[in-house]
Every structure is written in structure tokens, then in C-alpha cells.
Design a protein around this ligand. Structure first.
Ligand code: RIB
Length: 305
């Protein structure tokens, strides 16, 4: 696709090299334990969401930054091989973003991020980016840049979807620009300062967010699926039961699947159900981008349920 055309989806966000070790359990502070082989896997919430969308057939461009080290070509090549346009991924003298990830025997993870070049994404990167129908944002680049991106694309009539991860507070100016907010339970709890422990409490907290200017909140609830809350109703959407190997990037798979389904004119609920299938499938494989399902895999999986 030429850069003067509108993309289906633009992702402005992070690219990380995920340094992954499987471990029988998480170590205690001060403790050393032995795990499996070290794996270097393409990741980063932004790049994961770009690949997740492209594998569902969307035309996607990634906007972000990498360094000039050995991780950079690994991340760029993986995006390209998944048909994600990378002509707006800049290279600078920082280190490429890295995530140190431990995956335990239950498939749960623990992550420490080193933002590197992701922390340098600036207004220029955003202003020179192409137009799109949907903008996907997360919190692994500077907050000022997230806000600038939301402002720029909102002014063009683009649908702005924010995944407020890793969890942090959202400036009020940003909230009013968001069409669809996709937090998990702990992110929603932090945003509202309210306990979110079940579907009812998630609904109450999501309603608080709606009062602050967001149009739709979709709370991802892990094995309980997702809760869609709009100004007029709250609907819980069930997910699928699978054997969990690694939950890394399940939320990213959900968002890419959800956004692609919306582009295919599915209803809000159908799109969330589709996103749940993508998220569930992503948990059945190790790693971030290698675990993201294709359109064919998702359709086959859903037809067998
Ligand atoms: O959402 C999963 C991602 O979070 C990983 O790929 C890792 O890079 C961290 O950013």
C-alpha cells in the first residue's frame, strides 16, 4: 500500500525484543533459580497489536522507534514478514526496547521493561505518519506522544482505541479523545481508584470512566471473557476454554482481533467475541508475536466451538 493512502489501522507504540525464560515459578526477592533456555522473541505491545491486526487481514502501519543494535532488524523483519508497513519506524542511537520476561509453569508472566528507543517517540514521528481508519495506542511510549497522536487522529475522524497498559493514570485531556478504552481489571482499578474484582465491580468502574468522556469501555477479564460497557448497556461476552501455555500478548491479540472485526462491520459484541477467540488462541503458544493467530486459525477455532 502506498503511504498516501489511508491504512485500516495505524499503531503508534512500542517495539521490544522480548528476552524470555520459562521458569518453574517466579523467584523470591534475593533468590536465584534455574529456568529454561533464553529465547529472543519479537514483542512490544505496539508491534504485537500491529501483527495481531495484520494477521486478521487488516492493512497496518507501525509508527515507532528502534535502536541500531542487533535486535532492531529482528523486530523490523518480523513486522515486514507479517505485512505490517515499517517505513515510519525510525532508528536512533538508543538501545532497542527490551522486555525481560519470566513465564511460570502456569503460563503467567512477570515482565520488566527497558523502554530504550520507545521512550524517544516524538511529535515529529506522529505528524509524519499516514492516515488511518483506526488508531491503536498503548502506554509504552511517552504520554505526551500518546496525547499528541490521539489529538491528531481524532481531528481527522479516526476511531481512537487506547489500551492503557502498562497501567498508569490517564490525563483527563486524553480520556476525552478516546472512542474505545480497553483496560484489564487491574488497569481499570488503578484508573478509577475503585476495586475491580468481578463483573459487577468492573461495570461500576467502567461507568465512572464513561462519565469522564470515553464512549465505550471494554474490560478484558481473562478467563471470564470481556465486559462491554456503553452509555446505554453493559454486556458480558464469554471467552473460550483453552490449555494455557503463556498469557503474554493475549491482550494484544484481543485488541488486534477486535479492531479487525470492527473494520469488517461486525457488531461491537461480535467483534469482542472475535477478539476473545484471538486472545484465547494466543495463550496456547509461547511468546508474543509467534503466538498471534491468523484469520484462518481463528475462523476454524470459532467454528469448532
Ligand atoms: O503485551 C505483551 C508485551 O508486553 C510483551 O511483548 C512485552 O514486550 C511487553 O511490552
Amino acid at each position: 500500500m502506498s503511504d498516501t493512502q489511508k491504512y485500516d489501522i495505524i499503531v503508534i507504540g512500542s517495539l521490544n525484543a522480548d528476552l524470555v525464560v520459562r521458569s518453574p515459578r517466579f523467584p523470591q526477592p534475593g533468590e536465584t533459580i534455574s529456568g529454561g533456555d533464553l529465547l529472543t522473541i519479537p514483542g512490544g505491545k505496539g508491534a504485537n497489536q500491529a501483527v495481531a491486526s495484520a494477521r486478521q487481514g487488516a492493512n497496518v502501519a507501525m509508527i515507532g522507534r528502534v535502536g541500531k543494535d542487533n535486535f532492531a532488524p529482528l523486530l523490523i523483519e518480523n513486522l515486514k514478514s507479517n505485512n505490517v508497513n515499517t517505513s515510519h519506524v525510525a532508528q536512533d542511537d538508543s538501545a532497542t526496547g527490551t522486555a525481560i520476561i519470566i513465564v511460570d509453569a502456569n503460563g503467567q508472566n512477570s515482565i520488566v521493561l527497558s523502554p530504550g528507543a520507545n521512550g524517544k517517540v516524538d511529535f515529529h514521528d506522529i505528524d509524519s505518519a499516514p492516515d488511518a481508519k483506526i488508531l491503536l495506542l498503548q502506554f509504552e511510549i511517552p504520554m505526551d506522544s500518546v496525547l499528541h497522536a490521539a489529538r491528531r487522529y481524532k481531528a481527522n475522524g479516526t476511531t481512537v482505541i487506547l489500551n492503557p497498559a502498562p497501567a498508569r493514570q490517564i490525563p483527563e485531556a486524553l480520556l476525552t479523545l478516546i472512542d474505545i478504552l480497553v483496560p484489564n481489571e487491574s488497569e481499570l482499578s488503578l484508573l478509577t481508584n475503585m476495586p475491580v474484582t468481578d463483573v459487577k465491580s468492573a461495570e461500576l468502574a467502567a461507568q465512572e470512566i464513561l462519565k469522564r468522556g470515553v464512549k465505550t469501555v471494554i474490560v478484558t477479564l481473562g478467563s471470564k471473557g470481556a465486559l462491554v460497557v456503553t452509555g446505554t448497556q453493559a454486556t458480558q461476552v464469554d471467552t473460550y476454554k483453552v490449555e494455557v501455555v503463556d498469557t503474554t500478548a493475549a491482550g494484544d491479540a484481543f485488541i488486534g482481533g477486535f479492531a479487525s472485526a470492527m473494520l469488517n462491520n461486525k457488531s461491537l459484541e461480535e467483534s469482542v467475541r472475535y477478539g476473545c477467540a484471538c486472545g484465547a488462541l494466543a495463550t496456547t503458544k509461547l511468546g508474543a508475536q509467534p503466538s498471534l493467530p491468523t484469520k484462518e486459525e481463528v475462523e476454524r477455532f470459532m467454528s469448532l466451538q
